[in-house]
Design a protein around this ligand. Structure first.
Ligand code: MOS
Length: 747
């Protein structure tokens, strides 16, 4: 079906069997708890496995002068040492705008050139992982280093205008911002900075490659099956049909598993050359250079308002880094085109080429860090206006998308703010910074808005109903920890009137019908809608078998019935069973209705008056993201994202050595992420919402929504607590202390 008109009332709305929205436990939960869910590195389907270990470049830019692999080759158990000297010819990486980014060739060991620290320069394959790792340490590489650019902050003047912003213009201008800003009664001009962020997934990137009869199967940790397959085929110079990609369980993606990485290509190449299956996992330390990251940003926000708190001018300019040979940068100004009303507007993006690993999507690329700036700026403006920060947002609620000039599909930001204020006890907040003391702590509350774009992508699905009345759902979708298996089982069981246990969901295999995979929060909407269409077709086939009009057939309790006619699904499927195929095709409704999910974050923090230590006390997010398919998995998504928001505000900071281009934060000791002790009560609450302009399920994506704005709520709470405004994330205690100097301590 094509989504070219708002979805009419349908079986999902009807929810006759009560399965849509139910807080169903993860259907694959028992496998995960028992440790039997086969993640890429756990797959055991071959004997005579060999293990690979990647040797990383120890300069940031330059050439390999010589490689001495003799000692490694002679080490016990070593089967092969691959370098640029003996690596096979591979497809070239092409960076063209508009191309399918994650389908690009990803050649390894392709020459002497070093583009970034940690780039693969050799691949050692041995009988055991230990032997491979030992021998990797014996490979001697001599370099001819060149000068590189590694210092983002020092290179801002060299920023360039990118070609596009995901198909739109990198800049937008409405009215005359400069004139309006100069004339504003109240004005704010502030620059915010955010550091390098890493995905730090629980499951390291891993691959297991085997060739049979000239055809390759790769088990790997991939968010996008179809793109991974294309990327492998383009790199290995083999037809796509000869490549099968399997990714049944993925232990966290967050954008870092959108592309395939060195370990996938190297395992595939080595397996072909050795005639043996090869496994390779990145170490935690390797992941910091051998996978992607979120670029740092510098963001200038200028807000002009009338004294009654109406925005007259709004500008958001973002500088971020891109790898020298790549085109990805952070679209951190994008949400500012739509979030608030203002007659004069300007957004701008510039990127700085650095000799670092490729920067790429990291949970909510754009909004996640864009809102750290914009939503702190709104708080600062509210203070200048002597106005409650919620009231400021309410006064600037647009009646339509302010730049696209089209209506919103649904937009419940105001209800999120109001409901959140009530549930959180916002009225107890003292607006005067530094005025609430509890013992040695300053206590404060902050608020921030959340917004994240909504997407629908083409997706297909196959259903097979067997003679026992059991249904199999098949598609090359992934579950990156989000709950795809579960929500797809719920949709199918609901539509066919089957108990959940009678539905089996098979995902993560390129041999199955294609889907857009998991990324950009489009997974549930796209894969779920393809499934919806397949279910409608299967329902029609079952109704036809029963001899009743499909519109009158009722699917419940494992039966199809209409009037006085009825039969079980098993009877109708017969011995040979029934199959159906479905598909969703986007129809461009996002050009007629502006589609975003919304939310509001509330945070309460305590700041130690002597040490500047910030402790989160409690946090609430209220979200409106269309229909919720599963209360439990949806809540987990949002809570997880809010926790990442806490990390962005207080903990996470990748640090690059500006002399060498090496990330010195190479593990979770130095790259801090929130631990349990950092996270007290974090609550996510949904407002009921149905959006018929998005997809037949009437849902919106929500995997990324929870991180959007979350950190700004903490930054604003810190200011309210102790009166220290920190525009340089993360808010570490040294920065708090600097602002607290001279204040009377509690002692
Ligand atoms: Mo997402 S950052 O597109 O996985």
């Amino acid at each position: 079906m094509e989504m070219n008109a708002p979805a009419p009332p349908n079986a999902i709305d009807e929810n006759r069997n009560g399965l849509v929205g139910a807080a169903v436990d993860r259907v694959e939960g028992p496998l995960k708890v028992r440790g039997t869910a086969p993640y890429a590195h756990d797959v055991e389907e071959a004997r005579k496995l060999a293990y690979g270990c990647i040797v990383e470049a120890a300069i940031g830019r330059g050439e390999i002068a010589t490689i001495d692999a003799a000692a490694a080759e002679n080490a016990a158990g070593v089967l092969r040492v691959m370098t640029h000297l003996n690596a096979p010819k591979q497809g070239e990486r092409r960076v063209e705008s508009g191309g399918e980014r994650y389908a690009r060739a990803c050649p390894q060991l392709a020459g002497t050139r070093i583009a970034h620290w940690g780039q693969a320069v050799a691949f050692v394959v041995a009988e055991t992982f230990e032997a491979a790792r030992h021998a990797a340490g014996l490979v001697r590489v001599a370099y001819a280093p060149a000068e590189g650019d590694y210092d983002f902050g020092a290179r801002l003047d060299a920023a360039e205008e990118p070609a596009t912003l995901f198909g739109e213009a990198p800049d937008s201008i409405v009215g005359d911002f400069e004139v309006a800003f100069a004339a504003a009664e109240i004005a704010l001009d502030a620059t915010y900075t955010t550091p390098y962020h890493f995905h730090a997934q629980m499951e390291p990137h891993a691959a297991f490659a085997l060739w049979r009869d000239g055809k390759l199967t790769v088990y790997c940790a991939a968010q996008l099956i179809a793109a991974a397959r294309k990327s492998l085929a383009a790199t290995l110079l083999v037809p796509e049909d000869d490549v099968r990609v399997v990714s049944r369980y993925v232990g966290g993606g967050f954008g870092g598993k959108l592309p395939i990485n060195a370990e996938v290509i190297l395992a595939a190449i080595a397996a072909r050359e050795l005639g043996r299956p090869v496994k390779c996992a990145q170490t935690r330390q390797q992941m910091f250079h051998l996978t992607t990251h979120r670029t740092p940003t510098s963001q200038r926000v200028r807000l002009g308002a009338s004294a009654d708190g109406r925005l007259t001018a709004i500008a958001h300019e973002t500088w971020s880094h891109r790898a020298r040979d790549d085109d990805f940068y952070e679209a951190a100004s994008a949400q500012t085109r739509t979030l608030y009303a203002a007659p004069a507007r300007l957004t701008r993006h510039r990127s700085v080429a650095l000799d670092l690993p490729v920067s790429d999507s990291t949970r909510a690329p754009g909004e996640a860090v864009g809102l750290l700036a914009l939503e702190q700026a709104m708080d600062e403006l509210a203070e200048k206006l002597n106005m409650d920060p919620i009231e400021l947002r309410l006064r600037n609620e647009p009646s339509q998308d302010p730049e696209k000039r089209i209506p919103f599909s649904t937009r419940h930001l105001v209800s999120c703010l109001r409901t959140g204020a009530e549930r959180f006890g916002w009225s107890r907040r003292n607006p005067a910074p530094g005025s609430v003391r509890e013992g040695n702590a300053y206590v404060g509350m902050g608020v921030a808005a959340a917004i994240r774009s909504n997407f629908l992508r083409p997706s297909q699905c196959r259903l097979a109903l067997d003679g026992e009345g059991a249904l199999t759902v098949q598609m090359a979708m992934t579950d990156i920890g989000t709950g795809s298996y579960t929500i797809l089982a719920q949709i199918a069981a609901e539509m066919l009137g089957l108990p959940l246990e009678r539905v089996r969901v098979e995902l993560g295999d390129s041999a199955l019908p294609p889907t857009p995979g998991s990324g950009g929060s489009w997974g549930a909407a796209s894969a779920g809608s393809g499934l919806y269409d397949a279910c409608m077709k299967l329902r029609a086939a079952l109704a036809a078998k029963l001899g009743v009009p499909a519109t009158e057939a009722v699917f419940a309790g494992g039966r199809v019935s209409a009037g006085d006619r009825g039969a079980t699904l098993a009877e109708l499927a017969g011995r040979r069973g029934l199959t159906a195929e479905g598909e969703i095709v986007p129809g461009g409704l996002e050009k007629q209705w502006s589609q975003y999910a919304y939310g509001a974050h509330f945070a309460e923090v305590a700041v130690d008056a002597d040490t500047g230590e910030i402790r989160l006390r409690r946090m609430l997010g209220v979200f409106a993201a269309g229909r919720i398919l599963n209360e439990k998995t949806a809540r987990s998504q949002l809570q997880g994202a809010m926790i990442w928001g806490v990390g962005a505000a207080l903990h996470e900071e990748g640090v690059v050595d500006a002399r060498s281009g090496m990330f010195v934060t190479q593990d979770l000791v130095h790259y801090h992420v929130p631990a349990h002790a950092d996270i007290p009560a974090v609550e996510a609450y949904f407002l009921p919402e149905i959006d018929d302009k998005t997809n037949p399920l009437k849902i919106k994506g929500l995997g990324e929504l929870g991180i959007c704005g979350a950190g700004a709520a903490l930054a604003n709470a810190v200011y309210n607590a102790c009166g220290v405004r920190i525009r340089d994330y993360p808010l570490t205690l040294d920065k708090v202390l600097e602002g607290l100097v001279g204040r009377p301590s509690a002692a």
